[in-house]
Design a protein around this ligand. Structure first.
Ligand SMILES: [Ca+2]
Length: 480
């Protein structure tokens, strides 16, 4: 009689469980499934739910059963156990899996892991190892007492922390799903491009060029005839989620823009070029080494007649034999890369840049230096683009050269930039510059993290110096 009673109870619980899952797709057949038995007396709760001391399945059941029905736990807990059964294998489609665990792999005191992400709190990919019955796992996430009778992990808020002792990689998770291999036939999406660029060392460039496809999210700098390039963000669906920064890229045909259709938000584009990991925290295209391969399916400018078609070899002409950027926080400190008549990166968004710049073939290193024009009666500045720096002491060095036999001076410094506006300029001394290349060294300390523009002032004439154009080359910024 007692046995029959328990069987009826079991059926009743099974029926309840069945109902409780009605509003989610049924992943498996229920009839063979034994109901969970949260009240089984012989269980022993172990652990405190931390990574150092994870709950066993029984402790997780107790913890979760104490929650109000359908209220997610505020804390993420770690639960350790062996897989008893697999209700949904991990799939690349949804990237998650559902399985039941217990302390010893038997069906006593089982805890349900419901649609949990894979190792590293990421979606499962085809390269990942499938889970099996008997696997030792630690699961991390929020839990819920579903309908007040089914303790389980919260869908989308839990993941497989370790599988048979192996944990996920420590790479920073990139938002969204990476797709594509970067070839013409299988271009990267924005997430894959971000991922690939994130693998690079700070300011390093990828060796090969990639195709990246997406929709225009926003346009930071539109194509124009002055510089011939554009900067914009792309993503899979045209929203900011997982967007990738196409930085100063050339137009269709790997050429400077002269005429043709401009970018519009939502346009479908394919870009081609090298990647960089700017300062180790901003994946983007390597400037001057990427171009717009196609715009809404067209690879030639509308009405254009001189397009490069399939000349996808772009990007290998990185002139310059010296590498002043090695170990430096600056990129193009040697003034070897130029776009639209301006040295790449040496232009601030704020008003820090004030001098007229031109290319000079009188170089300290490589082929070029920058000529900072005099303002005669006004101080003029060349500024490096807005840069986020951590608190600390920095050393800014560069070579400077006068363009006349008269004595001249330069003045190194920086200015904090907040909300696009410059603060108070901070300067070093006025070293005298002659017609030989002179090394200028300027040390400064930031008390807190700040966005700044490095500047070199070409001062107006004074009793000490004659106002004149000055050449600058091989600039470096290093943290002490
Ligand atoms: Ca140079």
């Amino acid at each position: 009689m007692k046995k029959i009673f328990y069987s009826i109870m079991a059926l009743a619980i099974a029926a309840m469980t069945f109902q409780s899952c009605e509003d989610v797709p049924m992943p498996y057949d229920m009839p063979e499934e034994k109901p969970t038995e949260p009240e089984t007396p012989e269980g022993v709760a172990e652990g405190d739910g931390t990574l150092a001391n994870p709950f066993n399945a029984y402790a997780a059941i107790q913890y979760t059963s104490a929650l109000d029905a359908d209220v997610n736990s505020t804390e993420e807990i770690y639960i350790k156990g062996k897989i008893v059964s697999i209700e949904e294998e991990y799939t690349t489609n949804f990237g998650n899996g559902s399985y039941t665990i217990s302390e010893d792999g038997t069906d006593k005191n089982t805890f349900k892991v419901w649609r949990a992400l894979y190792l590293g709190n990421k979606k499962f990919t085809s390269a990942d190892e499938q889970v099996k019955v008997g696997d030792d796992v630690i699961v991390c996430g929020k839990v819920v007492n579903y309908k007040g009778n089914t303790p389980e992990t919260v869908q989308g808020s839990a993941y497989l922390y370790s599988l048979n002792g192996k944990t996920g990689s420590t790479e920073t998770p990139v938002e969204g799903e990476a797709k594509g291999t970067g070839t013409k036939d299988d271009p990267f999406n924005s997430v894959a491009a971000n991922k690939e660029a994130s693998k690079l060392d700070a300011n390093a460039k990828s060796e090969q060029s990639y195709y990246i496809k997406g929709k225009v999210v926003s346009v930071k700098e539109q194509f124009g005839t002055q510089y011939g390039n554009a900067s914009f963000y792309i993503s899979d669906d045209g929203t900011e989620a997982g967007q990738f920064y196409a930085y100063r890229i050339l137009y269709l045909g790997n050429q400077k823009y002269t005429a043709g259709e401009l970018l519009n938000i939502g346009d479908e584009v394919v870009i081609y070029g090298k990647l960089t990991n700017y300062y180790g925290n901003t994946p983007e295209t390597a400037q001057g080494e990427a171009y717009l391969y196609s715009l809404n399916g067209k690879t030639e400018p509308t009405g254009g007649d001189n397009t490069g078609g399939d000349n996808t070899g772009g990007g290998d002409n990185t002139g310059g034999s010296t590498t002043p950027d090695e170990g430096s926080l600056l990129s193009n400190g040697g003034f070897e890369s130029w776009t639209g008549g301006l040295p790449d990166n040496w232009k601030s968004t704020s008003s820090a840049s004030s001098a007229t710049l031109s290319q000079s073939t009188d170089a300290h290193g490589g082929s070029y230096s920058v000529c900072v024009k005099t303002g005669d009666k006004y101080n003029k500045r060349i500024a490096y683009k807005e840069t986020e720096l951590k608190a600390g002491t920095y050393v800014f060095t560069f070579y400077a050269k006068a363009t006349t036999s008269e004595t001249c001076q330069v003045r190194p410094g920086y200015v904090p930039v907040e909300g696009g506006s410059v603060g108070t300029y901070v300067y070093g001394g006025y070293p005298s510059i002659t017609t030989g290349w002179t090394l200028v060294t300027y040390e400064f300390t930031l008390e807190k993290d700040a966005t700044i523009c490095l500047v070199v002032m070409n001062p107006k004439g004074s009793s000490y110096a004659t106002a004149q154009d000055v050449l600058i080359d091989d600039a470096k910024l290093v943290k002490k």
